[in-house]
Design a protein around this ligand. Structure first.
Ligand SMILES: *[C@@H]1O[C@H](CO)[C@@H](O)[C@H](O)[C@H]1NC(C)=O
Ligand SMILES: *[C@@H]1O[C@H](CO)[C@@H](O)[C@H](O)[C@H]1NC(C)=O
Length: 401
């Protein structure tokens, strides 16, 4: 897990690997119910029994028909499931339901709870009466305490129909209680991690299953002209599975696609500088949003979660690949113009790296971003080649990026 830190520098492994989950009013995960553990340490020794990799495998295998492509996964499965063989088929006194989620075959299907949520419950009374509301949308911010004023302003733009989930990268959690809403928010704390690191680990599709839309946002967005309920109305109206609010073009934005247009509700396609787009339906001319303020539908997120790599933490390149999860991508990925935000580009996590070889912390972070992008592209291209070769198919024209 050392590879998950921002730098392979001199920090002590134990310190690096400790993950603090802090909860208010009880529960972080439905399946980690426990009153008596305000902090939970995951260390190297119990990493292999972590639940996320297992869930991951279940999905990968369920979706693919090819054993060859998945050979590394298959061998891991062999190791972990030796006690999970189907019982003697004559023994009708035992339950065995192959269509249950993997690992739960011995349970009666009517009892299996395959999904959970972030709804906070109380410790007394009738469980049926715990929830006074069940928000249908989820918004997450990756935050440091220094940005609390901006996050407070952001949270106020999200109604009671949203579950608020904060990922803390600076270890300061309890101080947020100065805001009343913080007491009902979910707080996850792990030092110096990026939002894609948190998203992979704490936004598993089965955990966020009740939410129609999931906002995975940075902490430095200006939301004066944004209203979340209105935004969702537009996303539904225009059938957007992956979207972002338009960006006010105040400081040299990189992409035409994400710039706000004053005269429309939504746009899905744009023109870029000559030569930037090999195809008008491909990024960065269409089927493209940036990773600073994406909004995913439940189904889109179920796919994108599987695309996030455990060791690549900055998410560079992810925006160019999102289209692989959506068909047709140029119609279902778009930018909402009439609810828009300002990207304030406050250096935050970028300054949390470490100086190395005389380079400034942010330089090391930037270099790592680029390196990760290259690795991401190479892995994706290589996996696609393998897939088509194994399936005996000709690869399509791969002019994606
Ligand atoms: C199931 O029972 C039948 C008849 O009793 C027997 O012939 C067969 O070998 C049994 N199958 C297994 C897998 O034990
Ligand atoms: C919350 O959702 C309900 C049901 O969709 C809706 O009627 C209500 O207006 C929403 N609340 C706000 C503040 O928009």
């Amino acid at each position: 897990m050392g590879i998950l830190t921002l730098s392979a520098g001199s920090r002590k492994p134990n310190e690096t690997m400790r993950i603090l989950l802090t909860t208010f009013f009880g529960v972080v995960f439905g399946f980690l119910i426990g009153v008596s553990f305000p902090t939970l340490s995951l260390t190297k020794s119990n990493k292999s029994s972590g639940f996320f990799p297992v869930i991951d495998l279940a999905y990968s295998e369920g979706k693919s028909g090819s054993e060859t492509v998945l050979s590394p996964l298959s061998s891991m499965k062999g190791k972990s499931s030796s006690s999970m063989q189907a019982p003697n088929s004559n023994d009708t006194s035992k339950i065995w339901v192959p269509s249950n989620p993997r690992g739960a075959e011995r349970l009666p299907p009517g009892f299996v709870v395959a999904e959970s949520d972030y709804y906070l419950r109380r410790l007394w009374g009738d469980p049926k009466e715990d929830l006074t509301s069940a928000p249908r949308y989820l918004v997450t911010f990756t935050v440091g305490y220094d940005q609390r004023k901006n996050i407070d302003a952001c949270v106020k733009k999200f109604s009671e129909n949203f579950t608020i989930l904060l990922f803390h990268y600076d270890g300061r959690v309890s101080e947020w209680d100065e805001f009343e809403w913080s007491k009902n928010a979910i707080h996850v704390s792990a030092r110096k991690q990026t939002k894609w690191w948190y998203a992979k680990r704490f936004l598993h599709p089965d955990i966020v299953a009740p939410y129609d839309y999931i906002f995975i946002w940075d902490e430095d967005l200006g939301v004066e002209h944004f209203n979340a309920e209105e935004y969702i109305k537009l996303v539904k109206k225009h059938g957007l599975e992956i979207s972002q609010p338009g960006l006010e073009p105040n400081k040299g934005l990189t992409w035409q696609m994400t710039k706000r247009r004053g005269n429309s509700e939504v746009h899905k396609i744009t023109e870029e500088k000559p030569g930037w787009c090999t195809d008008p339906h491909l990024p960065p001319c269409a089927a493209f949003v940036e990773i600073m303020a994406p909004v995913f539908s439940r189904d889109a997120w179920r796919c994108v979660w599987h695309m996030i790599q455990n060791d690549l933490v900055h998410g560079w390149g992810l925006d160019f690949a999102l289209r692989k999860c959506i068909e047709p991508a140029h119609e279902k990925i778009g930018v909402v113009d009439s609810q828009w935000i300002v990207h304030q580009t406050i250096p935050s996590l970028g300054n949390q790296g470490e100086s190395q070889d005389g380079k400034k912390p942010w330089q090391g972070v930037k270099e790592r971003c680029r390196k990760e992008w290259t690795m991401f592209q190479n892995r994706l291209a290589s996996a696609e080649r393998t897939y088509f070769r194994t399936a005996g198919l000709a690869p399509p024209n791969s002019n994606g990026h």
